[in-house]
Write a protein that binds this ligand. Structure first.
Ligand code: ARG
Ligand code: ZN
Length: 876
């Protein structure tokens, strides 16, 4: 069944108050839900029945207004609802529902479930209906009071949203706790956690002087890995006060880390539930990337308190209202905390590889989709990452001050409401007196626009004409596209490398200008130019578009040396490498020798010679475009040609720049305990970039360096980088290192995830057989999503060479796992289908093999709607 945005109607009933009573047990939890409800005056329906959503619930009884126990004839139970035939229409009423649930049988990890002995919930998007019958939709906002009763030994800690208002002991070694959340919320923000948890506590004083207690709950063994998460939370709280003027609103902020979690984390009011991956870190167990992601996700969930919780979504089609905005906020937070240049490049890299692929494929959808079968399938890169780019464009168009005025107005207008993307844009418009009607198309239109740029210099007039055009290819259900408002930040550079000022007719001269492209084709004239400058277009990646500018290699090399915009400087190097590698791909396919253009070597040599301050940025400049990015640039993807052409370039760089790479490695190879500061992170990053290049030399001495680093590393960044080099290139100690790594870390699940990923990602022959063996390893557990992602996800999504083996064995392997996961955890199963959806991009033989697996999946009886939707749409 498909749900459509156009069918939205207001709820027929409202819930003012929810009083929940849980009697916890691993296999038989009792829920008593007392709902104070009334007819919604805004509803236009004349139906006097009430339909509540509910799935997998054992209904025990239904009571209307305290004493009227309803019988079979008063209601109808369906597999996904409870319909009460007649409820009071004129006054409010109380509906009490008692039901049983089995958390242990819940392997889908949605609703109330068991993870390492603790009970926890995940309700977004529609998990609350697996706890009790309810109006499970985000525009029904209520006050929640939650009482939890449980055994004191198995569940000493009992948590829910808001403030703890009562607790006590009961006979038979039982106890109870009552929580009250003073803020109205939709049920997707409800949370309950119970178990043998230990807690780290700290506090934060808000700008207005309120003291907030901060608690992070983990399993005892992880107490020593909470420091970074706690510091991140304090940083996020301070940042939101400074940048958005937003203060925290409850007296308590709790975070719980759980081992079994479908996604990254969840912003439940006052009680965030996190995947352990985004909380736990110690220098010896977590990499620098992990540290950064933890701070980012902690920030993300914290920022949701205003963008998501205080103001929520009217319906799930508006998901990007909270996710796009909150991702934008967490990106800016991380940029401020680390390196703005590096963060921007990392985000764009992800967007241009994964999101652009989604936008060009059979599952393309606008950031505000207009139909879905299963909403969990729409927690996508498009809704999140492209959604963040749309918000970023508003920031670019309105300026930081204008954007802040707009967000202030948005918070003021809509606090406590469930609203739409359109309400957000309207607030931005109203606060700035702007007209964003054309901009709104970004919310409705899918696909990645392609921008063409033509330039003409008029020496007599001293003007440069830039003619920009936009074209967006059709996407499923959208054959024709309307032109968008696209901000294109542009700068000019003189031939001697100095910046040239930009002045549009009757404008002020500035270092750069934001060209507002609104037409299919439009010419902008820049004046006062004594010579023809080199243009730097789409600075900072100011719009989520593809720039089609086939620039000569020497011009790209020039920009790599001179562009003051850190993003475009890096991107020039990427485009240069893409062109060189693309040429080699053709040579590889022709069976010709792979000779690397010396211009590229020379460009990298210059990068190596420059005195960089930000070593992380330097490392990115030294990194070749990924195989996935190269995949995006090819018409018919040839995974082998991509791999070997890219490797040829990497090897040529290693051979010809061996001296500076060696020197750089040795310069930064010091023993560092793994502090999370920009200097140390940068040193590790550039050093490990050099090691990965040098490993291409297949020389004894490099093997020795890698082994040495592996054995002496004091932090996970260095240890894992060395292990990766050892596993990705022939190395005599490879198996020995894997074994010792396993022994060293067998009690740290998150490190063992890395152990699986490293092996599943290796380009060496035999990787597929290794992956099959690892499936049978005692540490593999298909019921744990992190493990599934670390083995099956890594192999299918990050190892194109082996996953796309011509035999089709990778495809069959993946389909087998998807079918196995389908009955256990449909959400995770559906994510795994992603690797098959791009089948049209491959040669005919692979197309047939991939399609056959998709067809096998959809014809399987009892296929979940999650998996079905993705598979069926990708075949359409
Ligand atoms: N709102 C959460 C976040 O962005 C994601 C939860 C999504 N969960 C799901 N099962 N779809 O942080
Ligand atoms: Zn989010």
């Amino acid at each position: 069944r498909t749900v459509y945005l156009k069918d939205y109607t207001v709820p027929d009933y409202l819930i003012q108050h929810v009083d929940l009573n849980f009697t916890l047990d691993e296999e038989n939890t009792r829920v008593v839900s007392r709902l104070t409800m009334c007819r919604n005056p805004a509803s236009r329906s004349s139906d006097t029945s009430l339909t509540l959503a509910g799935e997998n619930l054992q209904l025990i009884r239904v009571v209307l207004n305290e004493d009227n126990e309803l019988g079979d004839k008063d209601y109808l139970q369906t597999p996904d609802s409870l319909i009460i035939h007649d409820v009071p229409q004129q006054r409010s009423f109380v509906l009490t529902i008692e039901n049983g649930i089995d958390p242990k049988a819940n392997t889908a990890l949605e609703g109330l479930y068991l993870s390492n002995g603790m009970l926890c919930t995940q309700c977004e998007a529609e998990g609350f209906r697996k706890i009790t019958y309810f109006l499970d939709r985000p525009d029904v906002m209520a006050d929640f009071t939650t009482t939890i009763t449980a055994d004191r030994d198995r569940f000493p800690v009992l948590l829910s949203n808001g403030n703890k208002v009562g607790h006590g002991n009961l006979p038979d070694n039982r106890h109870w706790v009552t929580w009250k959340d003073p803020f109205k919320k939709p049920c997707y923000l409800f949370a309950l956690v119970a178990g043998q948890l230990e807690c780290v506590e700290d506090y934060f004083t808000t700008v207005s002087g309120r003291d907030i207690t901060l608690q992070i709950f983990v399993e005892k063994h992880d107490l020593d890995k909470c420091g970074h998460a706690m510091q991140s939370l304090k940083n996020a709280m301070a940042w939101d006060e400074q940048v958005y003027g937003r203060e925290y609103d409850l007296d308590l902020y709790m975070i719980v880390a759980v081992s079994h979690f479908n996604m990254g984390a969840m912003e439940n009011k006052g009680l965030n539930v996190f995947n352990t991956k985004f909380v736990l870190a110690r220098p010896d167990t977590a990499t620098d990337a992990d540290y950064e992601h933890i701070e980012g996700v902690i920030g993300h969930e914290y920022f949701h308190n205003w963008t998501g919780n205080r103001i929520t979504c009217r319906d799930w089609f508006q998901l990007s209202l909270k996710e796009g905005f909150t991702v934008f906020r967490d990106q800016e937070f991380t940029g401020d905390r680390t390196s703005k240049a590096v963060k921007r490049i990392e985000d764009v890299n992800m967007l241009r590889t994964r999101q652009f692929a989604e936008d060009a494929g059979p599952l393309a959808h606008p950031i505000r989709p207009d139909a879905y079968i299963e909403i969990n399938n729409f927690y996508t890169l498009t809704v999140y990452e492209k959604g963040a780019e749309i918000v970023r464009m508003l920031h670019t168009l309105l300026g930081a001050d204008g954007f802040r005025k707009g967000s202030d107005l948005y918070f003021e207008r809509h606090d406590g409401q469930a609203v739409t993307c359109d309400d957000f844009v309207s607030a931005m418009e109203a606060a700035n007196g702007a007209d964003l009607s054309q901009f709104r198309r970004w919310y409705a239109q899918a696909g990645t626009p392609v921008i063409n740029v033509a330039q003409h210099y008029d020496a007599a007039q001293k003007t440069l004409s830039l003619t920009l055009s936009q074209y967006c290819p059709p996407t499923p259900g959208q054959p024709a596209k309307e032109p968008l408002l696209i901000p294109i930040t542009t700068g000019l550079i003189n031939k001697d490398g100095s910046p040239a000022l930009c002045r549009l007719q009757d404008g002020e001269a500035a270092e750069q200008v934001v060209l507002q492209l609104t037409q299919p084709e439009q010419t902008f004239v820049l004046a006062d130019l004594n010579e023809e400058p080199i243009v730097s277009v789409l600075r900072g990646f100011s719009a989520p578009v593809k720039l089609a500018m086939n620039r000569p290699l020497d011009e790209l090399a020039f920009l790599l040396s001179h562009d003051p915009d850190t993003f475009n400087r890096w991107d020039a190097g990427q485009q240069l490498a893409v062109q060189v590698i693309s040429g080699l791909i053709v040579d590889y396919q022709d069976g010709s020798e792979l000779a690397v253009n010396p211009l590229l070597i020379d460009a990298y040599k210059k990068v190596l010679a420059h005195p960089w301050e930000d070593l992380s940025y330097f490392s990115l400049l030294m990194t070749l475009p990924s195989e996935l990015y190269l995949t995006e640039q090819m018409r018919v993807v040839d995974v082998e040609a991509i791999h070997y052409a890219r490797e040829a370039v990497a090897k040529a760089l290693a051979e010809q720049l061996r001296e500076p790479l060696e020197a750089l490695y040795l310069k930064h190879h010091r023993d560092e305990s793994g502090q999370f500061d920009a200097g140390a992170i940068g040193r590790r990053r550039i050093k490990n970039t050099c090691l990965a290049y040098l490993a291409r030399l297949d020389a004894d001495w490099v093997q020795h360096w890698a082994l040495q680093q592996f054995n002496s590393a004091k932090n996970m960044t260095d240890q894992l980088a060395a292990l990766t080099v050892i596993v990705n290139h022939p190395h005599p100690a490879s198996q020995q290192c894997l074994d010792s790594f396993y022994e060293q870390w067998r009690h740290e699940a998150l490190v063992i995830d890395k152990w699986f990923t490293t092996q599943a990602s290796s380009p060496l022959p035999g990787t597929f057989e290794k992956v099959l063996d690892l499936l049978d390893h005692p540490a593999f557990d298909i019921k744990n999503p992190n493990r599934v992602r670390s083995l099956i996800g890594a192999f299918s999504q990050s190892n194109p060479l082996h996953f796309h083996a011509a035999s089709g064995q990778g495809y069959q392997f993946l389909a087998d796992r998807i079918l196995e996961l389908n009955s256990l955890n449909p959400q995770v199963a559906s994510r795994m289908v992603g690797a098959l959806t791009s089948w049209r991009r491959y040669d005919e033989k692979r197309q047939g093999l991939m399609k056959a697996q998709l067809e096998r999946i959809i014809s399987t009886p009892a296929i979940s709607k999650d998996v079905y939707e993705v598979a069926v749409k990708s075949l359409a």
